[in-house]
Design a protein around this ligand. Structure first.
Ligand code: ADP
Length: 479
């Protein structure tokens, strides 16, 4: 198959969260299965290594309205793997700044342009994919283009798939985007793209993609309901027959405790001794006491979604009585950053907080902690709980979305389980879950057994890529 991904993020060149990890790992694994893969994404000012990129198209005319001087771009390219190539859409005005999602006047154009540019690149190169796989709201109007403006073009025969990595972010923007993309005005109605007086990018993608994917089976069910649908539950229900939930995986090139170059010492399920060294190393890095108390870690965006406002209310009780140590790496809402900074100030030697983004440190936290906390209100898939399990760090998670699909609650009678799972979004439930974790840590045999089960759980991208191929096959048939 020829498969084109269109995505706002591709790791390691551009990554704001799990989406960047997912697109690059999926592309590499689809290529490893013998398919021809291209991944189109913007060349942001922050993308490293552009001097190593080739030029695929020096001047590509992009069929958009607006200022004619802005309707062209350069397409740079890079080999991701044999048979897999990244295409970077280079356009100084739109993407020259460093941020991936800046707050700007031209957000709609910025999002729409690179999707249309990717399609125009295919037309110009005569490379016509069998499937066009779009990711998240920024690419939501691509399936709409394929069904309308481009229906009679060679791309009209392409099946399209839209992955929803997070339904909360929908791209509700001005209707001026319709003439910009040369989309027909009849699309501006409630049964189509209109939403609260604007155009909803993600709604367009959900309605027009041949098939829709969520990044976990449980999330596919959750978004059919008002509690998780963010107002689009009716739209998702209309597409229920074409909806699949496919879990992301763990990229073993990046997350393998046995050969991770970021760690003080590597380790495996057979020999966990290196993990102790990693814990000591992390304690040192955060100036924590070198003590044998359970160490709980967090790496996260500090947003409402992640439920870390609940955790910050619960943690002082445990820290005060010296029953655990805590480290956090993340950034986001400033009031929550402030709350966590204060936690570290109040408990020196027991809690450490780093506000910011640090790839190498994220590896050391996954390896050095005993538990990893994710009290998310919703979690489309979540990657950190899988990385944690691969590193023998037991996740403490709320039973939602991909967390529910990947972590098995420890059962003391069967001695089976890979973490601690709780149900409710409240302070009491987080408190209960941490108590469970501490009780498990206090039984070393059980704790090590859970660690080994977690490390042996298989979350392979190959399996995920195969499931995607089944979905692509259905999409091609449907189209
Ligand atoms: P989301 O995509 O909602 O942010 P995921 O768990 O799916 O959550 O993916 C988050 C990804 O981003 C993981 O790879 C995680 O390690 C990484 N990450 C998040 N915050 C940071 C940070 N401050 N520093 C380093 N990596 C981070």
């Amino acid at each position: 198959m020829k498969i084109l991904h269109i995505t706002p993020e591709i790791a390691p060149w551009s990554k704001a969260g799990g989406l960047g990890d997912a697109t690059s790992a999926l592309a590499k694994n689809l290529a490893a299965l013998g398919h021809e893969v291209r991944v189109a994404s913007p060349l942001y000012g922050s993308v490293p290594g552009r001097e190593k990129m080739g030029t695929l198209l020096d001047s590509l005319k992009v069929d958009v309205g607006g200022d004619p001087a802005k309707a062209a771009c350069r397409v740079r390219s890079l080999e991701l793997a044999p048979k897999a190539q990244a295409w970077f859409i280079e356009h100084e005005d739109y993407y020259g700044a460093r941020e991936i999602y800046p707050a700007r006047e031209d957000t709609a154009e910025r999002a729409a342009f690179f999707g249309r540019a990717a399609l125009d690149a295919c037309l110009q190169l005569g490379w016509i994919p069998d499937v066009i796989h779009c990711h998240d709201w920024t690419t939501g109007l691509v399936p709409v283009l394929l069904n309308t403006t481009l229906k009679a073009s060679p791309l009209g025969r392409c099946a399209s798939v839209l992955s929803i990595h997070n339904l909360q972010h929908q791209g509700l923007l001005s209707r001026r985007i319709l003439p910009f993309l040369r989309l027909p005005e009849w699309l501006f109605k409630a049964e189509e793209l209109e939403c609260l007086g604007g155009v909803n990018f993600l709604k367009g993608g959900i309605l027009h993609a041949t098939r829709v994917i969520t990044v976990s089976p449980t999330y596919a069910q959750e978004i059919l309901t008002p509690a998780f649908g963010f107002g689009l539950q009716d739209v998702v229900q209309r597409r229920q027959a074409s909806l699949d939930g496919i879990l992301n995986g763990v990229d073993l090139d990046e997350w393998d405790a046995h050969k991770d170059k970021h760690l003080a010492q590597t380790f495996s399920a057979q020999d966990l001794s290196g993990k102790r060294t990693c814990k000591q190393d992390l304690q040192k890095e955060f100036k924590l006491a070198q003590a044998d108390v359970p160490l709980i870690g967090v790496i996260s965006r500090l947003w409402d979604q992640k439920g870390l406002d609940l955790a910050v209310q619960v943690l002082p009780k445990f820290l005060r009585s010296d029953r655990l140590q805590f480290v956090l790496l993340g950034s986001g809402d400033s009031w929550l950053e402030q709350e966590y900074r204060r936690l570290a100030d109040n408990f020196p030697g027991r809690a450490g907080v780093r506000i910011g983004y640090d790839h190498a440190l994220s590896h050391r936290i996954e390896a050095g902690c005993d538990f990893f906390l994710m009290p998310s209100r919703f979690e489309p898939c979540g990657l950190n709980q899988m990385y944690s399990m691969a590193y023998g760090t037991l996740p403490i998670v709320r039973a939602t979305g991909g967390l529910a699909d990947t972590v098995r609650h420890w059962n003391p009678s069967t001695r089976q389980g890979t973490g601690i799972v709780f149900q409710h979004t409240d302070v009491g439930a987080v408190d209960w879950a941490i108590e469970q974790a501490l009780a498990l840590y206090a039984r070393p045999d059980d704790f090590v057994s859970a660690q080994k089960q977690a490390m042996q759980a298989e979350f392979s991208w190959l399996k995920s890529a195969q499931a995607h191929l089944v979905c692509y096959g259905k999409a091609i048939q449907q189209h």
